[in-house]
Write a protein that binds this ligand. Structure first.
Ligand code: UD1
Length: 370
């Protein structure tokens, strides 16, 4: 009997981390993979397009939770996920990242004594006003196996008292996806559709509640973007959360506001942009892998390796600090290097680790870690 592992897909940033893992698990006969979509992200631009771009299989279960407050969303996923666990009786539940679904599904599994695997464990911004930080801390504390993307994650978990034997450095699954899809993404016609030229535009994304829900804060950031757009035209795919807040703010005509991009289009835009200005966690990593300068519009990052080794710079969230970081980028463009194990083989290492932990290690997996 193969070992059944139930993988949770939920929200846009997690689809690209799951895709290479599901591909690698499906190639390993010792595993049976069941995909569950919580429906936290549910519409075409935030979910459907990503399933197609990444060739993710259709989920066996869709909890269709949709939007709501944190308490509502988390509780509703917890409630709807438990019967799936009781029906499927998996050997392990695998959750990814730091969204509300990650926390809810980890909790449902742990309460049924089903081992929980957390992919992208140990990242810490040390800012507990971020909903994601709470989700990370709680998920890590109840997970059996913690798969880590960067050195800081390992150190954070050890400091929090997690046994070393449960922590495994596997590298970065998001970069597996990036490498796998980059050639195809480069054929996208998105540059001509959006009338931008390679290397001659900046890409902007914003969706953190702390940046977009408070009108005064959003105004600080948009004032900086308006100024930067005088030097470089900007393209800004607008997240649904940000769409409503932006109605009260005037963006310069040199900032092109567009609908959210699919995965391949976004990768194409990112790899051709002169700079990325973002509050996304994933784009800090992707720009480091691509060697594209990134200005992170936050005061902190849970991904310090992108600053210490990559091309990321913390720009803060005030108009003045963002403009200062922009000037520094113009005069002193960052030169980064690829962090350890961001080599496109994180999925092989993750499967090898799951096999070692849950089933006898087959020869093919030995080959993958060799
Ligand atoms: C969530 C995650 C965040 C992640 C982000 C990526 C949490 C706590 N937050 O934030 O960590 O970086 O996803 O996008 O889990 N909406 C749509 N269509 C969709 C999905 C959402 O219109 O497919 C709308 C919702 O109705 C809501 C807003 O977008 O109004 C926010 O969605 P929500 O899932 O609550 O949180 P995000 O801000 O996307």
């Amino acid at each position: 009997m193969p070992f059944k592992i139930l993988c949770v897909a939920a929200a846009r940033p997690n689809f690209m981390k799951l895709a290479p893992l599901i591909r690698a698990l499906s190639a390993e006969p010792k595993f049976e993979t069941v995909l569950v979509h919580t429906g936290q992200h549910y519409d075409e631009s935030m979910s459907g397009q990503f399933f197609r771009d990444l060739a993710l299989p259709s989920p066996a279960h869709n909890l269709s939770v949709g939007p709501g407050s944190h308490a509502f969303q988390t509780a509703e996923i917890l409630r709807r996920f438990e019967p799936v666990l009781l029906e499927e009786r998996p050997g392990a539940v695998l959750v990814v990242g730091d969204v509300n679904s990650t926390l809810a599904c980890a909790l449902a599994g742990a309460k049924l004594n089903i081992p929980v695997v957390h992919v992208e464990a140990g990242l810490r911004s040390f800012d507990r006003t971020m909903p994601e930080e709470i989700n990370r801390i709680v998920t890590d504390s109840i997970s059996t196996l913690l798969l880590v993307t960067e050195e800081s994650g390992w150190a954070n978990l050890l400091r929090e008292g997690i046994e070393e034997s449960r922590i495994h450095m596997v590298g970065n699954l998001m970069i597996d996806s990036l490498r796998y899809h980059l050639a195809k993404a480069s054929q996208s016609d998105v540059l001509s559709r959006l009338c931008v030229r390679p290397g001659r535009f900046g890409l902007v994304t914003l969706h953190r509640p702390a940046n977009v829900d408070d009108p005064k804060q959003l105004l600080e950031i948009v004032a900086a973007l308006n100024r930067i757009s005088m030097d470089l035209p900007l393209c800004f795919p607008v997240h649904p959360r940000t769409r409503a807040s932006l109605k009260n703010v005037t963006c310069s005509p040199s900032i092109q506001l567009v609908d959210p991009l699919g995965y391949l289009d976004c990768l194409c835009m990112m790899s051709n942009s002169a700079v990325v200005l973002t509050d996304s966690g994933g784009m800090q990593e992707e720009t480091t892998a691509l060697g594209v300068p990134c200005l992170t519009l936050r005061e902190n990052t849970e991904r310090p390796v992108t600053v210490n080794q990559g091309t990321n710079r913390l720009a803060g969230t005030s108009t003045a600090s963002i403009l200062l970081a922009w000037q520094l980028t113009l005069t002193n463009p960052p030169v980064g290097r690829l962090p350890e194990l961001w080599d496109g083989h994180a999925a092989d290492r993750s499967v090898a680790c799951l096999a070692r932990h849950f089933v006898n290690t087959p020869a093919s997996v030995h080959a993958a870690i060799a």
